[in-house]
Design a protein around this ligand. Structure first.
Ligand SMILES: [Zn+2]
Ligand SMILES: [Zn+2]
Length: 418
């Protein structure tokens, strides 16, 4: 049990004195009398062992001192203030992830889409008037998660930024890191179990750097708000799901952000059985070449009776919790059958949300610069470290769409996920 200094700063002197009394009682040290109203400075370290046992001590008299360690907050069950609510905005960033979480005037961004989504993020925050992100989490170093965060940080300042790594060999990651450092802060690698408060919502890191694989380095975060809870998985796969199950007790959650864009590498039966989500959200791009979401995952969710939403079909999806129940508000196609959507022709006749910029399906058709390995028939983003290792004989630059490349027999690099 670690001492939590931030917690202590919140107690009034009287509360600390009460702690001391408890501490000495517990440790059977009865020879020191502690006057309850003593002005004597208190040696905080002497109560460290019992701090976590007295989490029921009311903290209605918080000190005015600001906490210096926002990332370490008390572990008591959060209580909701009046008029409180939690909003989770699953932002449509195509074949990528991004979620904005708002609670009691605090804001957190989990992932920010691809580099090309920077302007989407900038515009989204501007529209919501979010000038400060208390927390930014880059779940893992792949571009489709951290690429667009610099756009968000061009509009908003950042308090604490979490990432599973502080270095990664890609242009996108370098830009992410620079964008964070521009705000006089730096990337922090959280520990499993790190928890913090976002307003009255409690956030806890369930996994980070489970294996060396970049997807499985994903920070998995659980947010508890009243009786409702949310799990954000990044691109974590089965191994991470199993590791969390092995470590945690009750994982039951109201909403699951489905792992790895609905890839069948994630969302195992056992994971879904433990999490038992009422709702699931798949953040995925229309017509992506990975075939995400995979049919296996869709049928697992369907079999488990999970009410599922998809950003490729429904655009931005806003979920609101009052602490007891959650409600979903997709920007389009609210009642579409996400398990068996009508063909592209039919769904494209639904009225598009005019307030939004280009969708991923439009982005997919855009000309982009890729680096080809004419020998292995892989294509990469120019920033991919694997692209640097291609010999001059096999290296070729290409300007065009990924569809053209795939038609030519090329396949996307697993590392940079182009
Ligand atoms: Zn991804
Ligand atoms: Zn990934």
């Amino acid at each position: 049990m670690n001492i939590n200094k931030a917690l202590l700063t919140r107690f009034s002197k009287i509360a600390v004195a009460i702690l001391l009394v408890i501490a000495f009682t517990v440790s059977a040290v009865s020879c020191v009398a502690v006057p309850v109203e003593s002005d004597t400075p208190v040696d905080i370290s002497s109560v460290s062992d019992v701090v976590s046992d007295v989490s029921n001590v009311p903290s209605e008299e918080p000190s005015n001192e600001p906490s210096n360690e926002p990332s370490k907050e008390p572990s008591e069950e959060p209580t909701q203030p009046q008029k409180s609510s939690l909003e989770v905005h699953f932002i449509d960033v195509g074949q990528a992830d991004s979620a904005l979480i708002l609670c009691d005037g605090k804001a957190m961004l989990i992932d920010g889409g691809n580099t090309g989504d920077s302007s989407v993020l900038y515009t989204y925050l501007k529209k919501q008037n979010i000038k400060h992100l208390d927390y930014v989490i880059g779940t893992h170093a792949h571009e489709d998660h951290i690429g667009g965060i610099p756009g968000a940080l061009n509009f908003a300042t950042v308090g604490t930024a979490y990432s599973p790594v502080t270095d990664y060999d890609s242009k996108a990651f370098e830009n992410f890191k620079k964008a964070v450092e521009k705000h006089k802060t730096s990337l922090i690698v959280p520990d499993v179990g790190t928890s913090f408060m976002l307003g009255s919502a409690k956030c806890k890191v369930l996994a980070v750097n489970t294996t060396d694989d970049t997807n499985n380095s994903s920070i998995v975060l659980r947010i508890t708000y009243g009786k409702t809870s949310f799990i954000f998985t990044g691109d974590a796969e089965r191994e991470v799901e199993q590791a969390i199950i092995n470590r945690e007790g009750n994982l039951e959650s109201t909403v699951l952000k489905v792992g790895h864009h609905g890839s069948e590498t994630s969302s195992s039966y056992v994971w879904l059985r433990e999490v038992m989500p009422e709702y699931a959200v798949i953040s995925v791009g229309k017509g992506n070449t990975y075939g995400h979401p995979h049919d296996e995952v869709l049928s697992r969710l369907k079999d488990a009776g999970v009410k599922t939403f998809r950003t490729d079909l429904q655009g931005d999806i806003i979920c609101t919790s009052d602490g007891k129940t959650v409600t979903f508000n997709p920007s389009k196609n609210a009642n579409i059958n996400v398990f068996d959507p009508p063909s592209n022709n039919q769904s494209s006749t639904s009225k598009p949300d005019e307030s939004k910029g280009p969708t991923q399906s439009e982005n997919n058709g855009k000309e982009t610069k890729y680096i080809l390995n004419t020998n292995s028939k892989k294509f990469h983003y120019p920033s991919c470290s694997s692209a640097d290792t291609i010999s001059d004989a096999n290296r070729k630059e290409f300007n065009g769409t990924r569809d053209e490349l795939i038609k030519q027999g090329y396949s996307p690099c697993g590392r940079c996920d182009p």
